[in-house]
Design a protein around this ligand. Structure first.
Ligand SMILES: [Zn+2]
Length: 444
């Protein structure tokens, strides 16, 4: 029975790492050649750097290929062939899917896909869902707006591809979604950590429904780091009585990593479909061993309409120094995506990852899920304010909570914070991607 197989693609997912590297080199050469031949944007970037496909003879040579940043994509778009500009590698007629980035960091980037690309997206998601125990018997509820953002669109198609029954929870409000899941006895759910926690709150507080009685046994998260942050994962798992799994993907890249059922404290990189490199943020050196964080550079081997070749995703990751008990040879990144290179700033000379703050806040009993971090400059010194929400019945323990918060934050981030307590429900709520980190210092 196919349902009993542990791996979606047993050949690739358990391939000997040396063989896998040979395959990665071949696949890189192929997509590099494709971009070089067909995209004016990529061709001129590579010509300027004096590099062409014939120069790539080993995986080491790849580090000389120029990286592509989101800002460069913005510059070429909204021109001919409209609206994608000259990174488009196929005739416009072959484009069947339009999506765009959320634009949280500037003007959105438009992303075209051919039908072959779109099937490839569903294939990426099939690895994710299969590794998390989704099988044809599952009825998957997707409480997502089905709009111009890719978000769970591909998750929807991936779930169908592996044989699940999919319920599109489109424009329903949160309460209606919960009732639909209850009525139809959904077994699985997808959402951002912020929304998954918000849904549980609505069910419990406004509808008198205990989410653990709904029969959801697995939840797949995306869009934020939360599902890889132990305290956030724990809050979601206990609220829903379900296993919560993380995955990471992006509009310009595809769904490139996943947490398997073994929950190894990190994500498997889909090494068969992507090449992930980690680059030191300060020196630019490529990091190949565990123990150092850096930003991800990523290549999608098989995406054709608008290729993703050494794309600087600004995700901060780190190689794990352990293997996963699930038997996959796909590499692991420790603790998932720990932040954005833009957000990981030096505060008082210390590198600060917002995920470390989330980990502390959500590990303390009596505090709500929401928080906000604000970094400001006062004279020559940086000041960090941390706003948290406290439950009414925890008010009496406020001095202890404050002490624990201060100690844990100093331990995990080496910094002192100006703590501000707010009552539950007063900090901003986010439906999709949360922006809880605000750096108000003037950028140089
Ligand atoms: Zn695993």
């Amino acid at each position: 029975m196919i349902s009993e197989q542990p791996y979606w693609n047993p050949v690739l997912e358990t391939m000997d790492p040396e063989k896998l590297q040979i395959l990665q080199l071949k696949k890189f050469q192929r997509i590099f050649q494709w971009a070089y031949d067909r995209s004016k944007f990529h061709r001129s970037l590579y010509d300027k750097a004096g590099i062409s496909p014939k120069d790539i003879r080993s995986l080491d040579d790849i580090r000389y290929v120029p990286t592509v940043e989101k800002s460069m994509m913005r510059d070429i778009q909204r021109k001919d062939p409209f609206p994608y500009g000259d990174a488009l590698c196929v005739p416009l007629d072959e484009v069947v899917e339009f999506h765009q980035t959320s634009g949280t960091t500037g003007q959105p980037v438009y992303q075209p896909d051919t039908w072959q690309d779109w099937e490839w997206w569903a294939e990426c998601w099939s690895y994710i869902l299969w590794s998390q125990g989704y099988r044809p018997k599952d009825r998957v509820f997707i409480p997502f707006g089905y709009n111009i953002f890719v978000a769970f669109w591909a998750g929807h198609y991936g779930a169908e591809k592996i044989g699940c029954e999919v319920i599109p929870g489109g424009v329903l409000d949160t309460a209606a979604r919960i009732l639909k899941m209850q009525e139809l006895k959904a077994t699985a759910l997808m959402g951002t950590p912020t929304y998954i926690l918000g849904m549980a709150e609505t069910a419990r507080n406004q509808m008198g429904i205990d989410p653990t009685t709904l029969g959801i046994d697995k939840i797949t998260c995306a869009g934020e780091c939360g599902a890889s942050i132990p305290s956030t994962k724990h809050r979601m798992e206990s609220a829903w009585g379900a296993k919560v799994y993380d995955h990471a993907g992006a509009t310009e890249i595809g769904a490139w990593s996943y947490e398997c059922q073994a929950q190894p404290g990190g994500l498997h990189v889909n090494d068969g479909l992507f090449l992930v490199e980690i680059q030191d943020i300060e020196t630019g050196e490529i990091i190949t061993s565990p123990g150092r964080k850096g930003k991800m550079l990523i290549t999608a081997f098989d995406r054709l309409a608008q290729p993703c070749v050494r794309f600087d995703a600004k995700d901060v990751i780190e190689w794990a120094d352990y293997a996963c008990p699930c038997g996959r040879t796909y590499r692991l990144i420790k603790g998932g995506v720990v932040g954005r290179a833009d957000d990981i700033t030096k505060v008082k000379g210390v590198l600060l990852a917002p995920s470390a703050i989330e980990e502390v806040v959500r590990s303390i009993r009596g505090l709500g899920n929401e928080y906000e971090v604000i970094v400001e400059k006062s004279g020559d010194t940086d000041k960090i304010a941390l706003k948290v929400e406290i439950y009414p019945d925890a008010e009496n323990n406020r001095p202890e909570i404050e002490r624990e918060l201060t100690d844990q934050l100093r331990l995990k981030t080496n910094l002192r914070y100006n703590l501000q307590f707010h009552s539950i429900g007063t900090l901003p709520r986010y439906e999709v991607k949360a922006r809880r980190f605000k750096d108000l210092r003037a950028k140089p």
